[in-house]
Write a protein that binds this ligand. Sequence first.
Ligand code: ATP
Length: 361
Amino acid sequence: MIQLYIPLNFLGVIYREIKQSLTDLDKMFVLMEKDREVRDAPDAKPLRLLPLPPAGEGPGEGAAPDATVRFEDVSFAYEPARPILKHVSFEIPAGKTVAVVGPSGSGKSTLARLMYRFYDVGIAPPPSPAPRGSESPDGPAVGIALSQSSASRGALPATGASAGLDQPAVGAGRITIGGQDIRTVTQASVRQAIGIVPQDTVLFNDTVEYNIAYGRPGATHDEVVAAAKAARIHDFIAATPKGYATPVGERGLKLSGGEKQRVAIARTLLKNPPILIFDEATSALDSANERAIQAELQSAAQNKTTLVIAHRLSTVVDAHEILVLEGGVIVERGTHAGLLAQDGRYARMWAMQQVEATPVL
Ligand code: ATP
């Protein structure tokens, strides 16, 4: 319940950081209901994921839910003058993995932010003046741009015009999960369906146990330990004097980037959602740990609808489809073998990474 102690005037800063790091701090969203960028439509219903039809073998018992994710002609800009994504379309069939690669700033993480519905597709209008009384003297106003008015939600596309902007309208497209436009369902249900391993994990100033169990409130200690083992952080935790009761974060044990990432992986394994987003999930790990974690991630991603945002191409070779994003546009797409055969950008990146010890895209 640490969030309750966070001074209100600090929340704006925290919120922005969280949005950037894609951390699913749902409780904080509850606290910040008033100031969220994206709001539920008045008639929003929970996302419903129906079971996939049986694949032919077996009676369909325990069939995976149809968590197919589709980006349909999606365009997006944080600021009206600077489009970030331009007419992006792809599908992650239920249970499959799609990987996105591309240079820094090409919009890879933005795809994940939209999927998690930190923003709605379209142009995010410039921040409206904060309502009187909501400004804090020593921090930015909590309220950020509303990306769509509630009134316009559900009507496609969201345009500069509908947002009241002095900008040419752009087609915004839509994102669906299980066939449902994510603007028409509750954000809580969308976020419940998605687990994220972000680039930079935000840890609570609480115990390791709390930080892992956050993935599934009510999880037993044994479940937390099993998740920690799967994420290969158990031995590290067990070696600390207080074990799972060890406090972490600013006032506790300082964890390296890789250790934090493994806590995030444990948290996500425990949550066990039908959809996963790995945002450069192995970027903070050394190569021995990377290989070990990669195996875990692959097994975690089995039968899950997964978006992998990767810097290391070795992590994406088995993906159902690989998208090469440049300047917010998909410039190449295909399987690893298909892209190598195309002998284009991906093939060049692949060749470069074969000779570089520390690849950077
Ligand atoms: P990297 O590989 O470095 O993580 P990326 O491909 O994931 O990069 P994004 O994080 O999606 O890139 O950012 C795409 C562009 O959007 C960048 O130019 C970035 O500066 C810009 N951007 C990201 N977040 C915001 C924001 N909140 N407001 C305005 N611009 C933003």
